[in-house]
Design a protein around this ligand. Structure first.
Ligand SMILES: *[C@@H]1O[C@H](CO)[C@@H](O)[C@H](O)[C@H]1NC(C)=O
Ligand SMILES: *[C@@H]1O[C@H](CO)[C@@H](O)[C@H](O)[C@H]1NC(C)=O
Ligand SMILES: *[C@@H]1O[C@H](CO)[C@@H](O)[C@H](O)[C@H]1NC(C)=O
Ligand SMILES: *[C@@H]1O[C@H](CO)[C@@H](O)[C@H](O)[C@H]1NC(C)=O
Ligand SMILES: *[C@@H]1O[C@H](CO)[C@@H](O)[C@H](O)[C@H]1NC(C)=O
Length: 445
């Protein structure tokens, strides 16, 4: 111990002296030609450099080489810069990066390679970057990211890779610390939920502007930390069973510009923190009534839905009970008289439905002589339709030619009542249900 101390002490003195000497004798710190050095930050941006300078100070921690004309990165480009924490190579013309280019940069925390023309990145490039937390590689239009490229980035928390080519089955599941994943405009057609397993720290997932026709909902099953989800600008038609049950921290949701036809499935079981949701420019006809279930009274939510063909009919009566904190930004498409009306300004009376047959309710039945029978007209409508009865497609069923007028059927509300069935009553009865908006005929029995 003693020996070590006595050895270290003079060394410390020397360092102090040296530092003093530098400050007094050579106030201009030695810096790479043309660059600006401050502390351990070296700024070489906008210098029209065509290669990485070889005189960058060894102790450099932040190196900004962005906005130059560098076209390739060699194995030894950064060989001496073992202290480097941040390396910005954005907005150059880099096409090729040799596999060992970053081998000495085991302390590197942030690597920016965006807006270049890099051909390929694979696992070798990132092999020694076990400390890297942020990787920005967006806008390399011809970049193929190898399927195993990221597997050694054990500390990575943020990957921004918009505007590249990502294979459909890229597996992110080893990147357990990942919080931000941006893969917009990567021409992805399909994501497999297995490839997102174990990303339990994911907070922000941006898959906008891809070519997804579906989004496997189980991707989100274990994403309790998720705060932002962006699926805008894909071709998703259906978000089946998607209810956010396992994403209680979701704040922003954007599924605009897809082909979603129904939001009913997006039932938002637990929208505890949701602040904005953008559903604009889809094919949704029905407003999400389920949104009101379990809705937190502390929440304010604006649901953006312009550009959807909203049907403003009796199914929207619940709008009048909408809590003040929820606003729908949506306009009616149908009926014609309400076209372009703001859904928030509709009076309940204007929300009507033409008569329609209740599915599966019509029935044909066999009855025996002497029975009494009631036929109901299985229709709905708002206002509730007036009902008339036809027999064999002719005028009113009340005038059917029966032997005795005492057994003629009678009308009770929208029902046709037969006190006593006789043989000459057999045949087809049709009810004709009508309100202001139209009429429907249903064959009953
Ligand atoms: C690394 O340091 C050696 C020795 O000081 C020097 O010859 C070489 O040019 C340096 N390389 C780079 C890329 O800075
Ligand atoms: C760069 O390093 C890799 C891996 O060590 C090696 O395969 C490759 O040949 C090297 N390239 C050059 C030009 O030395
Ligand atoms: C997602 O990516 C798109 C396109 O790059 C961008 O416009 C949008 O702001 C991003 N959204 C979020 C939430 O980061
Ligand atoms: C009832 O009448 C309509 C129009 O008059 C006709 O189209 C339809 O086929 C008829 N139905 C039956 C069961 O006769
Ligand atoms: C159904 O009822 C409406 C209203 O009473 C009437 O205008 C219409 O002609 C009826 N349709 C038939 C087929 O009887």
């Amino acid at each position: 111990m003693n020996q070590l101390t006595s050895y270290l002490l003079p060394l410390a003195v020397t360092i102090v002296l040296l530092t003093l000497q530098w400050t007094i004798v050579a106030p201009a710190i030695v810096c790479s030609k043309g660059c600006t050095c401050q502390l351990n930050n070296v700024d070489c941006k906008y210098l029209s450099l065509i290669r990485v300078p070889d005189d960058i100070p060894r102790n450099t921690e932040t190196l900004d080489l962005s906005n130059n004309k560098i076209s390739s990165i060699g194995n030894s480009s950064f060989g001496n810069l073992t202290n480097l924490l941040t390396l910005d190579l954005g907005e150059n013309a880099i096409k090729v990066i040799e596999p060992a280019a970053f081998y000495q940069l085991s302390s590197l925390d942030t690597l920016v390679l965006s807006e270049n023309d890099i051909d390929e990145l694979n696992a070798l490039h990132f092999y020694h970057l076990g400390s890297l937390t942020k990787l920005w590689i967006m806008e390399n239009p011809n970049l193929n990211i190898d399927i195993n490229a990221f597997q050694n980035l054990r500390s990575i928390t943020e990957i921004i890779a918009d505007g590249n080519l990502i294979t459909d089955n890229y597996d992110f599941s080893d990147l357990v610390y990942l919080e931000v994943l941006q893969l917009s405009k990567c021409k992805v057609r399909k994501f497999h939920s297995d490839n997102f397993r174990r990303l339990t720290n994911l907070k922000k997932l941006n898959l906008s502007g891809n070519e997804l026709t579906e989004f496997p909902v189980d991707i989100l099953d274990d994403k309790e930390a998720l705060e932002e989800l962006n699926l805008a600008g894909n071709m998703i038609t259906n978000l089946q069973r998607y209810d956010f049950r396992n994403n209680p921290n979701l704040i922003h949701l954007d599924v605009s510009q897809n082909d979603i036809e129904s939001w009913k499935v997006l039932s938002l079981e637990k929208p505890e923190r949701l602040k904005s949701s953008d559903l604009s420019y889809n094919k949704i006809q029905v407003l999400p009534v389920d949104l009101l279930k379990n809705f937190s009274p502390l929440l304010f939510l604006r649901v953006k839905m312009p550009g959807n063909p909203i049907a403003c009919d009796c199914h929207l009566k619940w709008l009048s009970e909408l809590p003040d904190q929820i606003t729908f930004d949506a306009r009616c498409e149908t009926p014609f008289v309400l076209k372009n009306y703001d859904v928030m300004n509709l009076s309940p009376d204007s929300l009507r439905c033409a008569p329609s047959e209740k599915k599966g309710a019509a029935l044909f039945r066999v009855v025996t002589y002497g029975e009494s029978v009631t036929l109901s007209c299985p229709v709905t409508g708002d206002p509730f339709p007036d009902v008339t009865w036809l027999y064999h497609n002719q005028s009113t069923a009340l005038n059917i030619p029966v032997a005795s007028s005492s057994v003629r059927p009678s009308i009770e509300g929208n029902k046709l009542f037969f006190n006593l069935v006789t043989f000459d009553m057999a045949g087809l009865y049709i009810c004709n249900a009508t309100n202001d908006l139209g009429s429907v005929k249903v064959a009953v029995g």
